[in-house]
Design a protein around this ligand. Structure first.
Ligand SMILES: [Fe+2]
Length: 261
């Protein structure tokens, strides 16, 4: 891929998003949110890739993956008015559907197209499948890390916002109950990848997001997380209990150990 092709994709994305404009400002807010998320994931992936010192072509492949990873969010919202995949469709699949529909990646080599498509396809899976080839694995790991950096940022901002200003689509319609069941913290201590299906309340959703730290692939990403402290900001909006403090110590200890190794 060359720089010209990368610029073409960036322009295509900007124009394509305009076709999803909404009349109602509330709906437009959801569209803008995903557009801004995309640009910030692009910035996050840039930073991780630069820190890792990857070659130029991997940098461009990572940028295109970041640019298109959530492309399916726009038709998803237009059609279903939700970002909840279980109530609509898997948004990663929709991203690929949209790319194919407009033959966007057509100018690229088959192998580059395949890496980008697979990285997009696996970006929202609970786990990356084993036995992917090294290039695909690299790009799967990059997009998953960059995406998590920005989702944690969105959540930290969202939960600190006054309730009336919050966009309810962000918390996937979970209950407002304060309770976080002990079993949810236990999953965090076991570093288990939690599925959304297990959650009952918005506060449990916050604990799930804190546990993402154990699924971060690169130290470069952990540096960003430590610097931004979005996990700490999310934790500060949870009921202050001994289990929460233990969880935070556990997470911070984990980050420090990995940064030193
Ligand atoms: Fe996504």
């Amino acid at each position: 891929m060359n720089d010209e092709q990368l610029h073409f994709f960036q322009n295509w994305f900007k124009h394509h998003v305009l076709t999803f404009q909404e009349v109602d400002p509330l709906h437009q807010r959801s569209i803008d949110m995903k557009k801004e998320h995309t640009f910030r994931v692009c910035a996050a992936i840039d930073r991780i890739v630069s820190d890792l010192g990857l070659v130029e072509n991997d940098h461009r492949i990572a940028s295109v993956t970041a640019l298109f990873h959530d492309l399916g969010r726009f038709p998803q919202y237009q059609k279903y008015r939700t970002f909840r995949d279980p109530d609509s469709e898997n948004h990663a699949k929709l991203s690929l559907w949209e790319l194919n529909r407009y033959r966007v990646l057509q100018p690229l080599d088959f192998s580059e197209r395949q890496i980008i498509s697979r990285a997009i396809f696996f970006h929202n899976r609970l786990r990356i499948p084993e036995n992917l080839d090294p290039q695909t694995l690299l790009h799967c790991r990059l997009i998953r890390d960059a995406d998590k950096v920005d989702i944690l940022r969105v959540m930290a901002e969202h939960f600190r916002m006054e309730e009336s200003l919050r966009n309810p689509v962000i918390t996937l319609g979970l209950g407002a109950d304060m309770l976080v069941r002990e079993e949810i913290y236990r999953l965090l201590f076991e570093r288990q990848t939690m599925s959304y299906a297990k959650l009952k309340t918005t506060n449990e959703f916050k604990v799930l997001q804190m546990s993402w730290v154990f699924d971060i692939n690169f130290r470069s990403t952990l540096k960003v997380l430590k610097e931004r402290n979005d996990i700490g900001k999310i934790a500060a909006t949870l009921p202050d209990t001994p289990l929460l403090r233990e969880a935070l110590d556990f997470i911070n200890g984990y980050i420090e150990r990995r940064l030193q190794s």
